[in-house]
Design a protein around this ligand. Structure first.
Ligand code: 5RP
Length: 230
Protein backbone atom coordinates (compact mmCIF):
# COMPACT_ATOMS: atom_id res chain seq x y z
CA UNK A 1 0.00 0.00 0.00
CA UNK A 2 1.12 3.59 -0.67
CA UNK A 3 2.96 5.43 2.12
CA UNK A 4 1.12 8.63 1.24
CA UNK A 5 -1.81 8.97 3.70
CA UNK A 6 -3.87 10.90 1.16
CA UNK A 7 -3.56 8.06 -1.34
CA UNK A 8 -4.26 5.48 1.37
CA UNK A 9 -7.50 7.24 2.29
CA UNK A 10 -8.45 7.53 -1.38
CA UNK A 11 -7.78 3.83 -1.96
CA UNK A 12 -10.07 2.87 0.93
CA UNK A 13 -12.82 5.11 -0.44
CA UNK A 14 -12.48 3.64 -3.94
CA UNK A 15 -13.33 0.27 -2.38
CA UNK A 16 -16.74 1.74 -1.40
CA UNK A 17 -17.65 2.29 -5.05
CA UNK A 18 -19.99 -0.27 -6.58
CA UNK A 19 -20.96 -0.96 -10.17
CA UNK A 20 -23.63 1.43 -11.46
CA UNK A 21 -23.03 4.16 -8.88
CA UNK A 22 -23.55 7.84 -9.63
CA UNK A 23 -20.64 9.65 -8.02
CA UNK A 24 -19.68 13.15 -6.96
CA UNK A 25 -15.99 13.75 -7.63
CA UNK A 26 -14.28 16.12 -5.18
CA UNK A 27 -11.50 18.64 -5.67
CA UNK A 28 -7.99 18.94 -4.23
CA UNK A 29 -4.89 16.80 -3.93
CA UNK A 30 -6.60 14.01 -1.92
CA UNK A 31 -9.61 13.87 -4.23
CA UNK A 32 -7.17 13.75 -7.18
CA UNK A 33 -5.85 10.44 -5.82
CA UNK A 34 -9.43 9.15 -5.68
CA UNK A 35 -10.06 10.15 -9.32
CA UNK A 36 -6.81 8.52 -10.39
CA UNK A 37 -7.57 5.24 -8.57
CA UNK A 38 -11.22 5.25 -9.71
CA UNK A 39 -9.96 5.61 -13.28
CA UNK A 40 -7.98 2.40 -12.84
CA UNK A 41 -11.14 0.54 -11.81
CA UNK A 42 -13.14 2.06 -14.69
CA UNK A 43 -10.52 0.98 -17.19
CA UNK A 44 -10.78 -2.51 -15.65
CA UNK A 45 -14.53 -2.60 -16.35
CA UNK A 46 -16.33 -0.78 -13.50
CA UNK A 47 -19.38 1.15 -14.75
CA UNK A 48 -19.99 4.50 -13.00
CA UNK A 49 -20.79 8.09 -13.90
CA UNK A 50 -19.33 11.10 -12.10
CA UNK A 51 -20.16 14.76 -11.56
CA UNK A 52 -16.94 16.79 -11.13
CA UNK A 53 -16.86 19.60 -8.55
CA UNK A 54 -14.39 21.79 -10.47
CA UNK A 55 -12.94 22.31 -13.91
CA UNK A 56 -9.66 20.84 -12.61
CA UNK A 57 -11.42 17.65 -11.52
CA UNK A 58 -13.32 17.53 -14.83
CA UNK A 59 -10.00 17.54 -16.70
CA UNK A 60 -8.49 14.88 -14.42
CA UNK A 61 -11.57 12.64 -14.67
CA UNK A 62 -11.66 12.93 -18.46
CA UNK A 63 -7.96 12.05 -18.62
CA UNK A 64 -8.62 9.03 -16.37
CA UNK A 65 -11.43 7.81 -18.65
CA UNK A 66 -14.26 8.27 -16.10
CA UNK A 67 -17.64 8.91 -17.81
CA UNK A 68 -19.06 12.26 -16.69
CA UNK A 69 -22.57 13.55 -16.27
CA UNK A 70 -24.21 16.69 -14.89
CA UNK A 71 -26.71 17.38 -12.12
CA UNK A 72 -29.16 18.38 -14.88
CA UNK A 73 -28.99 14.86 -16.36
CA UNK A 74 -28.42 13.12 -13.01
CA UNK A 75 -29.81 15.20 -10.14
CA UNK A 76 -29.44 12.47 -7.49
CA UNK A 77 -26.07 10.92 -6.70
CA UNK A 78 -25.25 7.82 -4.64
CA UNK A 79 -21.89 8.84 -3.20
CA UNK A 80 -19.59 11.86 -3.18
CA UNK A 81 -15.95 11.43 -2.17
CA UNK A 82 -14.11 14.66 -1.40
CA UNK A 83 -11.27 16.05 0.69
CA UNK A 84 -11.50 18.61 3.48
CA UNK A 85 -9.37 21.27 5.12
CA UNK A 86 -10.64 20.47 8.62
CA UNK A 87 -12.89 17.79 10.08
CA UNK A 88 -14.18 17.69 13.65
CA UNK A 89 -15.50 14.81 15.77
CA UNK A 90 -19.06 15.41 14.53
CA UNK A 91 -18.05 15.19 10.85
CA UNK A 92 -18.40 18.95 10.49
CA UNK A 93 -16.00 20.32 7.89
CA UNK A 94 -14.21 23.38 6.63
CA UNK A 95 -13.77 23.12 2.87
CA UNK A 96 -12.80 25.44 0.05
CA UNK A 97 -9.05 25.68 0.42
CA UNK A 98 -8.93 24.98 -3.32
CA UNK A 99 -11.71 27.45 -4.02
CA UNK A 100 -14.26 24.86 -5.21
CA UNK A 101 -16.63 25.07 -2.22
CA UNK A 102 -19.75 26.14 -4.13
CA UNK A 103 -19.82 23.22 -6.57
CA UNK A 104 -18.55 20.90 -3.82
CA UNK A 105 -21.48 21.80 -1.58
CA UNK A 106 -24.08 21.53 -4.37
CA UNK A 107 -22.76 18.10 -5.33
CA UNK A 108 -22.53 16.89 -1.71
CA UNK A 109 -26.10 18.05 -1.04
CA UNK A 110 -27.30 16.08 -4.09
CA UNK A 111 -25.64 12.88 -2.79
CA UNK A 112 -27.14 10.23 -0.55
CA UNK A 113 -23.70 9.81 1.09
CA UNK A 114 -20.63 12.01 1.34
CA UNK A 115 -17.39 10.36 2.42
CA UNK A 116 -14.48 12.63 3.31
CA UNK A 117 -10.94 11.45 2.62
CA UNK A 118 -8.13 13.10 4.54
CA UNK A 119 -4.78 12.73 6.23
CA UNK A 120 -4.77 12.80 10.02
CA UNK A 121 -3.56 16.41 10.11
CA UNK A 122 -7.04 17.53 9.05
CA UNK A 123 -8.69 16.32 12.27
CA UNK A 124 -9.38 19.05 14.82
CA UNK A 125 -11.18 19.44 18.15
CA UNK A 126 -12.64 22.80 17.16
CA UNK A 127 -13.07 24.11 13.61
CA UNK A 128 -11.45 27.41 12.67
CA UNK A 129 -7.68 27.11 12.62
CA UNK A 130 -7.90 26.83 8.82
CA UNK A 131 -9.19 30.11 7.33
CA UNK A 132 -12.89 29.80 6.50
CA UNK A 133 -13.58 30.59 2.83
CA UNK A 134 -16.61 32.78 2.09
CA UNK A 135 -17.50 32.98 -1.62
CA UNK A 136 -18.97 36.36 -2.62
CA UNK A 137 -20.11 38.06 -5.82
CA UNK A 138 -17.77 40.85 -7.00
CA UNK A 139 -20.57 43.47 -7.04
CA UNK A 140 -20.75 45.33 -3.73
CA UNK A 141 -17.62 43.73 -2.31
CA UNK A 142 -16.98 46.46 0.27
CA UNK A 143 -20.51 46.32 1.68
CA UNK A 144 -20.58 42.52 1.62
CA UNK A 145 -17.25 42.41 3.43
CA UNK A 146 -18.61 44.63 6.23
CA UNK A 147 -21.73 42.47 6.54
CA UNK A 148 -19.62 39.32 6.67
CA UNK A 149 -17.50 40.88 9.44
CA UNK A 150 -20.69 41.68 11.38
CA UNK A 151 -21.96 38.10 10.96
CA UNK A 152 -18.60 36.78 12.21
CA UNK A 153 -18.78 38.98 15.31
CA UNK A 154 -22.42 38.08 15.99
CA UNK A 155 -21.44 34.38 15.97
CA UNK A 156 -18.90 34.96 18.74
CA UNK A 157 -15.84 34.83 16.45
CA UNK A 158 -13.07 37.35 15.87
CA UNK A 159 -10.42 37.69 13.20
CA UNK A 160 -9.31 39.21 9.95
CA UNK A 161 -10.98 38.87 6.52
CA UNK A 162 -8.62 38.73 3.55
CA UNK A 163 -9.45 38.72 -0.15
CA UNK A 164 -7.90 35.59 -1.65
CA UNK A 165 -5.34 36.35 -4.35
CA UNK A 166 -3.41 34.33 -6.90
CA UNK A 167 0.38 34.04 -6.78
CA UNK A 168 0.64 36.99 -9.22
CA UNK A 169 -1.36 39.17 -6.80
CA UNK A 170 -4.56 39.30 -8.88
CA UNK A 171 -7.81 38.33 -7.13
CA UNK A 172 -8.54 34.60 -7.13
CA UNK A 173 -11.69 33.97 -9.20
CA UNK A 174 -13.72 30.79 -8.68
CA UNK A 175 -15.08 28.53 -11.43
CA UNK A 176 -18.38 30.41 -10.94
CA UNK A 177 -16.77 33.85 -11.46
CA UNK A 178 -16.90 34.84 -7.78
CA UNK A 179 -14.33 36.08 -5.23
CA UNK A 180 -13.30 34.50 -1.92
CA UNK A 181 -12.92 36.20 1.45
CA UNK A 182 -10.89 34.03 3.83
CA UNK A 183 -11.93 34.48 7.48
CA UNK A 184 -8.96 33.92 9.82
CA UNK A 185 -10.87 33.06 12.99
CA UNK A 186 -8.66 30.67 14.96
CA UNK A 187 -11.67 28.92 16.43
CA UNK A 188 -15.36 28.76 15.61
CA UNK A 189 -17.24 28.00 18.84
CA UNK A 190 -20.68 27.63 17.19
CA UNK A 191 -20.37 26.62 13.51
CA UNK A 192 -24.16 26.35 13.02
CA UNK A 193 -24.68 29.91 14.23
CA UNK A 194 -21.91 31.26 12.01
CA UNK A 195 -23.23 29.31 9.00
CA UNK A 196 -26.71 30.76 9.48
CA UNK A 197 -25.33 34.29 9.85
CA UNK A 198 -23.17 34.06 6.73
CA UNK A 199 -25.97 32.53 4.66
CA UNK A 200 -28.16 35.56 5.50
CA UNK A 201 -25.71 38.11 4.03
CA UNK A 202 -26.70 39.38 0.55
CA UNK A 203 -23.72 38.90 -1.75
CA UNK A 204 -22.52 35.74 -0.01
CA UNK A 205 -22.90 32.89 -2.49
CA UNK A 206 -21.70 30.12 -0.17
CA UNK A 207 -19.33 29.46 2.71
CA UNK A 208 -16.97 26.62 3.53
CA UNK A 209 -18.75 25.24 6.59
CA UNK A 210 -20.11 21.83 5.57
CA UNK A 211 -22.50 20.86 8.37
CA UNK A 212 -24.71 17.74 8.33
CA UNK A 213 -23.37 16.83 4.88
CA UNK A 214 -20.60 14.30 5.50
CA UNK A 215 -21.91 10.85 6.39
CA UNK A 216 -18.48 9.29 6.85
CA UNK A 217 -14.75 9.86 6.70
CA UNK A 218 -11.62 7.89 5.96
CA UNK A 219 -8.67 9.43 7.79
CA UNK A 220 -5.17 8.06 7.18
CA UNK A 221 -2.11 8.74 9.28
CA UNK A 222 -0.15 7.67 12.32
CA UNK A 223 -2.91 5.35 13.60
CA UNK A 224 -3.38 3.74 10.20
CA UNK A 225 -6.79 4.07 8.61
CA UNK A 226 -9.54 5.43 10.85
CA UNK A 227 -13.11 5.13 9.56
CA UNK A 228 -15.61 7.60 10.98
CA UNK A 229 -19.11 6.51 10.06
CA UNK A 230 -17.97 5.32 6.59
C1 5RP B 1 -11.20 22.34 -2.39
C2 5RP B 1 -11.34 21.60 -1.10
C3 5RP B 1 -10.37 20.51 -0.84
O1 5RP B 1 -11.08 19.32 -0.70
C4 5RP B 1 -9.61 20.83 0.41
O2 5RP B 1 -8.96 22.07 0.22
C5 5RP B 1 -8.57 19.75 0.73
O3 5RP B 1 -7.58 19.76 -0.24
P1 5RP B 1 -6.35 18.74 -0.19
O4 5RP B 1 -6.90 17.38 -0.39
O5 5RP B 1 -5.47 19.19 -1.34
O6 5RP B 1 -5.67 18.91 1.15
O7 5RP B 1 -12.20 21.86 -0.30
O8 5RP B 1 -12.09 23.41 -2.46
Amino acid sequence: MSADPKRQAAARAVALVQDGMRLGLGTGSTAAHFVDLLGERVRAGLSVVGVPTSEATRAAAEAAGIPLTTLEETPELDLTVDGADEIDGRLRLIKGGGGALLREKIVAAASARMVVIADAGKRVETLGRFPLPVEVVPFGLGATRRAVADAVTAAGCAGELTLRTRPDGAPFVTDGGHLILDAHLGRIPDPERLAAGLAAVPGVVEHGLFLSLATGAVVAGGDGLVLLGA
